[in-house]
Design a protein around this ligand. Structure first.
Ligand code: SAM
Length: 308
């Protein structure tokens, strides 16, 4: 059942890095359709706890059913930035492991009505939680050309950001941009055919990241997660594009430093203490076999650090 919704990526690697104590407390910040979590649970004994969090209504409802008979599982439909509040409710002071598998699930991408993919015509929304924030259609119709170009460039790393933004502004004078097909048509008019699919992915990714505030929430989540890890507890993060991966890499590197004084200062005055030891100097990537079986795994990178 789970596989029909989403094939979990780097599953064995995630399990072996995350689960260090079979009776520990764990948090899966992006429980999705429970692919990773159900396998984590197989390694955990009855006294363990697994808190599962997801913003998405369908994912949450799916997991409610999937884990209804498992007392070890506590589910919350919210953003992972709320992990400190959730932990208070659950009386958890510190976790043995914190996991996040970022981005969207295959179910979200393949569901015709969810509007996450340019492959299907749907409302241009792109929010993971439809009751929070504003849909992408509002941004596309209301923001200035410069603001749109910046979103497309900063969150999609798309070089044609300016001409796409110009065409959005031109088109919306004729007709409001309301659907994924409307936006797709404008992008098709803005770039050569040979780059089209890459550009479509980048522009949709850019607006998705923007409307869900994904990068800021990731930074906030990482900060809070480190505060909530027990000694030797692990943080395991799976990313799918360079913007996310850079944030995780830089955060882990910063947290593993004992001093951040400029080199010209002879004695340390910063009082900084390392809180993490990085366990994956290079990120773990899927094998050729895994990407062949699951093409969505191809851009995945797994980074792991341990609380000192
Ligand atoms: C790649 S999927 C996770 C799949 C899951 N590991 C599995 O095996 O089924 C990412 C999930 O994270 C959720 N998500 C993304 N950002 C989130 C956030 N800030 N807070 C909570 N959930 C989030 C999405 O709704 C989606 O269900």
């Amino acid at each position: 059942m789970t596989d029909a919704h989403h094939i979990p990526v780097l599953l064995n690697e995630s399990i072996s890095y995350l689960i260090t104590d079979p009776v520990g407390s764990y948090l899966d910040g992006t429980v999705g359709f429970g692919g990773h979590s159900s396998r984590f649970l197989r390694k955990l004994e009855q006294d363990a706890v697994l808190v599962g969090v997801d913003k998405d209504e369908e994912a949450f409802n799916h997991c409610k059913k999937l884990f209804e008979d498992d007392d070890r599982v506590k589910l919350y439909r919210t953003g992972f930035v709320d992990l400190n509040v959730i932990s208070k409710i659950e009386f958890i002071d510190a976790y043995t492991g914190i996991f996040a598998d970022l981005g969207v699930s295959s179910f979200q991408l393949d569901n015709k009505d969810s509007g996450f993919s340019y492959r299907f015509d749907a409302r241009l929304d792109l929010r993971m939680n439809k009751s929070e924030g504003v849909p992408a259609s509002e941004i596309v119709n209301d923001y200035s050309e410069e603001e749109l170009a910046n979103i497309i460039y900063n969150f999609g790393e798309e070089r044609k950001s300016r001409s796409i933004a110009r065409n959005i502004v031109k088109e919306r004078l004729n007709k409001k941009i309301e659907s994924t097909a409307d936006l797709k048509r404008i992008i098709e008019q803005s770039v050569p055919k040979k780059n089209l699919n890459k550009t479509l992915s980048r522009v949709f990714q850019a607006f998705r990241i923007y409307v869900n505030n994904e990068l800021d929430e990731l930074k906030e989540f990482l900060e809070k997660a480190v505060d909530l890890l027990e000694e030797k507890g692990r943080i395991v993060i799976l990313t799918y594009h360079s913007l996310e991966d850079r944030i995780v890499k830089e955060f882990f590197n910063y947290e593993s430093l004992d001093c951040i004084c400029p080199p010209e200062i002879p004695v340390c005055v910063c009082d900084k203490e390392a809180r993490l030891k990085v366990l994956t100097r290079k990120p773990v990537a899927p094998s050729d076999e895994e990407t062949e079986n699951n093409p969505r795994a191809r851009s995945a990178k797994l980074r792991v650090a341990e609380r000192i």
